[in-house]
Design a protein around this ligand. Structure first.
Ligand SMILES: C[S@@+](CC[C@H](N)C(=O)[O-])C[C@H]1O[C@@H](n2cnc3c(N)ncnc32)[C@H](O)[C@@H]1O
Length: 267
């Protein structure tokens, strides 16, 4: 059962879907460009012919990119608008994929299949109210020896407040609190500076130990855990986009991690 925080977040994501349809580079995607970066493609390994469950798939671009690599994909998201658009895009491009509108926590009621890979990337964990349950759900949907792949912004990044001089100041908690942080409406969207978001959001902070321990307690063995000094979006105003299309934090490039990836194998 969705709680009130999740219901509010669902409203936010329905609102943002319409913005992202304009701000994500869908034109390039339509001409055949993959939304999967070189790190994911290398770390995922061979996915051709693999059954992949994509959790929190948003408008389905990554899901359909996985399908273009030859995977058999199912994308899941609780936003009705996102799933409607993902289905529209799949039809328009003639790509084979399944999309299911569901909260991650209710998915077992709707889906009765097992997968080789569960995949979830880029801005997913802060929307999740319970990582122990989340890890058990991932474990449930995997075949034996299947794996979970995660690419996410580093939790240390969520502790910083924007400072006008570009310095980093720790203002927010690193450690988890059961009560989510409320972000008021009225700020710009992360992918469209000129759009002011109308809905508030509720986000949970998870430490690295929360993430890793939830997976190991659910029976996973961590095959790798990698940290990077670059990120997939502009999380702070002073971040700069490099020619390689990743976002970097000037003056801190060798000082702090901005992103991590992990691969966890179902034992
Ligand atoms: C930042 S997006 C995911 C990133 C994605 N890689 C993209 O295309 O940008 C976060 C997604 O999580 C979804 N979401 C948030 N909480 C969820 C939940 N409890 N169950 C299912 N989907 C959820 C939102 O609807 C949204 O589409």
């Amino acid at each position: 059962m969705a709680n009130n925080f999740e219901k509010q977040n669902e409203k936010l994501w329905n609102e943002l879907t319409d913005i992202h349809i304009r701000s994500y580079d869908i034109a390039s995607f339509k001409t055949g460009m993959s939304s999967l970066d070189e790190i994911q493609l290398k770390e995922l390994g061979k996915i051709k012919g693999k059954k992949i469950l994509h959790l929190q798939c948003h408008i389905g671009i990554d899901t359909l990119s996985l399908a273009r690599e030859g995977a058999i994909v199912t994308g899941v998201d609780f936003s009705k608008r996102s799933i409607e658009y993902a289905n529209k895009l799949k039809k328009e491009l003639g790509i084979k994929a399944e999309f299911i509108q569901s909260n991650v926590y209710d998915l077992k009621d709707l889906l009765n299949e097992k997968f080789d890979i569960v995949y979830s990337t880029q801005g997913v964990l802060c929307w999740l109210k319970d990582l122990k349950q989340w890890a058990k759900i991932i474990e449930h949907f995997l075949k034996p020896k299947g794996f979970f792949y995660l690419m996410e912004s580093h939790p240390i990044l969520n502790t910083f407040e924007d400072e006008p001089d570009g310095a980093l100041k720790i203002d927010y908690n690193y450690f988890h609190n059961a009560q989510p942080i409320k972000w008021d409406a009225g700020g710009p969207d992360y992918s469209a500076d000129d759009y002011i978001v109308k809905n508030p959001s509720f986000e949970w902070q998870w430490s690295l130990s929360d993430i890793i321990n939830s997976l190991s307690n659910a029976g996973f063995k961590i095959e790798f855990f990698n940290e990077y000094n670059k990120l997939f979006y502009k999380a702070l105003p002073q971040m700069k986009r490099n020619k390689d299309s990743w976002w970097y934090l000037p003056n801190y490039e060798q000082k702090i991690p901005l992103m991590f990836t992990l691969k966890a194998i179902k034992e």
